[in-house]
Write a protein that binds this ligand. Structure first.
Ligand SMILES: Cc1cc2nc3c(=O)[nH]c(=O)nc-3n(C[C@H](O)[C@H](O)[C@H](O)COP(=O)(O)OP(=O)(O)OC[C@H]3O[C@@H](n4cnc5c(N)ncnc54)[C@H](O)[C@@H]3O)c2cc1C
Length: 153
């Protein structure tokens, strides 16, 4: 799911930039108006960061096994669809009314990503897994060393 979500984010960013370059308002391309350059920058930065997180979760599944990797899996399930929803929403905004029409795939993509925030367990449950794990480290519970060393294995 998260890998497909990253593909959707790439598509949304691609559409956002094309639209921002080609559409003018107030005599300027949209990319030069408001905070649109920063919106594009933040989308690229976060897509790359999410890709690294997904890779790390996959690596954790490989080296620790699915049970031990559950915290990493919950982290990406909580983070990726939420941020991808936001990136698609920003692409919709850059498209104006066309963004919510059938002229672009964006509205459908948004619905798919929004659904993921429920379908694989609601966001809150993933945050509960991650938050509980973090808190237990301070209560003499779960040892975090294996998670911290995922990359070294
Ligand atoms: C398209 C789709 C596909 C699905 N596929 C599957 C599937 O393959 N297998 C499967 O088992 N289920 C599947 N589901 C069900 C999905 O896991 C549930 O819809 C989801 O867990 C939320 O449960 P609910 O709809 O009963 O809502 P509720 O349990 O009523 O939850 C409603 C809201 O309450 C809040 N909430 C719930 N639990 C907590 C919590 N612990 N802490 C804080 N807030 C909480 C969340 O905001 C949540 O969205 C699918 C759902 C959809 C929409």
């Amino acid at each position: 799911h998260c890998m497909r979500s990253l593909g959707a984010a790439e598509k949304a960013l691609d559409l956002m930039v094309r639209r921002g370059i080609n559409r003018e308002a107030f005599g300027k391309p949209l990319v030069k108006l408001g905070g649109n350059t920063e919106i594009i920058s933040r989308a690229r930065i976060d897509i790359e960061a999410m890709r690294m997180m997904v890779l790390k979760a996959a690596k954790a599944m490989d080296v620790l096994g699915n049970k031990e990797a559950r915290v990493w899996i919950s982290m990406i399930k909580a983070m990726v669809p939420e941020r991808v929803c936001e990136i698609i929403d920003q692409a919709i905004q850059m498209h104006g009314a066309a963004g919510v029409s059938q002229w672009t795939p964006l509205a459908g993509m948004y619905t798919q990503q929004r659904t993921l925030r429920l379908a694989d367990g609601p966001d809150e449950v993933h945050h509960m897994v991650v938050g509980r794990h973090e808190i237990r480290k301070y209560q003499g519970g779960e040892e975090d060393a294996s998670l911290a060393s995922v990359w070294r294995k």
